[in-house]
Design a protein around this ligand. Sequence first.
Ligand code: SF4
Length: 430
Amino acid sequence: MTHNKLKMRSYNYLAIDPFVYISCKEEKCMVLDTRTYKFLEINNPKIISILLNAIDKKNYHIAYIGEGNIEDKEVKGFVQKMVSLGWGKMIIKKEKKRPVQIPPVLRISNDIVNYEKDDTSYLTDIKTYIHELFLFLNNDKCPLDWSPYKESFKQIETLRFENDSYKEMTEEIFMDIVNSLDVLPEKISISGSAVWELSFIDKVIAVLNEKQQSLISYNIKLSDALKLKDLGKVIDFSHSYIRLNIIPTDDLTMLGEWASDDRFFFNFLVDDEMSYNKYISVIEKFKVKKYVFSPVLIEKNNLTFFEKSVFLTHEDIFQEKQTIKQILAKGKFNPSLFGKIYFDETGSFFMNLNNSPIGNIKDAPLYLTIYEQFVVNKKNQWFLTRNDVNPCKNCNFALLCPPISNYELYAKKFNFCKIKEVKNEVGHKL
Ligand code: SF4
């Protein structure tokens, strides 16, 4: 017997730890430690095929390294680097049987995507998935001196304005909506341009005062706040607050009255640098306590301002460390759009305001209609991920970036980012 015949065959595996996130797109891979956010970028085709083998679902993050590759200098260097960084282990076996390890578990998203037709037992889950409810009690004529209001609700869930007609929800529709909910959403937002003038506003407040498990926001415009005086006494502010939507043409001197009042949250709608600066000066003057700026996109007219204020940079993407589960979940559903239901003043309800209504409370049962959307239309906006849209689907940052936003849906443009090219060196954090 020759020496060669005695030599036993061995099988080499690289077991990559479950906290390591791997993405391979367009002949490039990224390997990221989700604890430290250090990452490697890989261009070598042999290493890419090893990583693709590891992320194949049935391989549980364990890559087989064939005999031809194990002696390759670059492959060896990569494997050593993975081991020295504590991101993986080499496993050498005498038989070809694959080792196993437990991958990160994603129960909720697996359940969601696996809904099957006619299994209505899932309706119970759907009731708990609705965590935010928006009720638009009325719409209003758009202030002609600030037309962006008309478009803003699709982007930042503010008030519904239209140029032509005024419409109001009826008490009957309001009660139908409330009665359709078996499980209370965590947040309920009541929006309207003149809600205090609604004939049944006392009833709305009384009903919402009882819903102690939900956080209630009354989403109104600045000029409407003046009419709040008497109603403010009956609203239960232990679980409610008033969100004041402010536009650049408002009389900002009115702010002084409420600036330091804890019941108010100020939402400054901003479309350009000038309006931003105007707000800054009143915020400083009146020492406004709780506020946020909400940029509004006016078709393509203020894209330059928008780029400056909203577009993502490398730093934004890497600023907030996400766990491996949070990252992978973003490949299954859209965490920022999921679970939100919107009702307009006619009782029509939407899973997203950039889409058509899915039903009307007068003739479509709420939970069943949502369930049908899960089964027949798995790519509705609750499930829209960056892996579904161009150009993000070809970018290794797809699941690291924030989920697709209403801004992007409104503009039908899915890369609000300044990332044209990834320039980093292997092993370095961006
Ligand atoms: S192209 Fe898409 S996924 Fe890539 S960085 Fe930009 S927004 Fe994120």
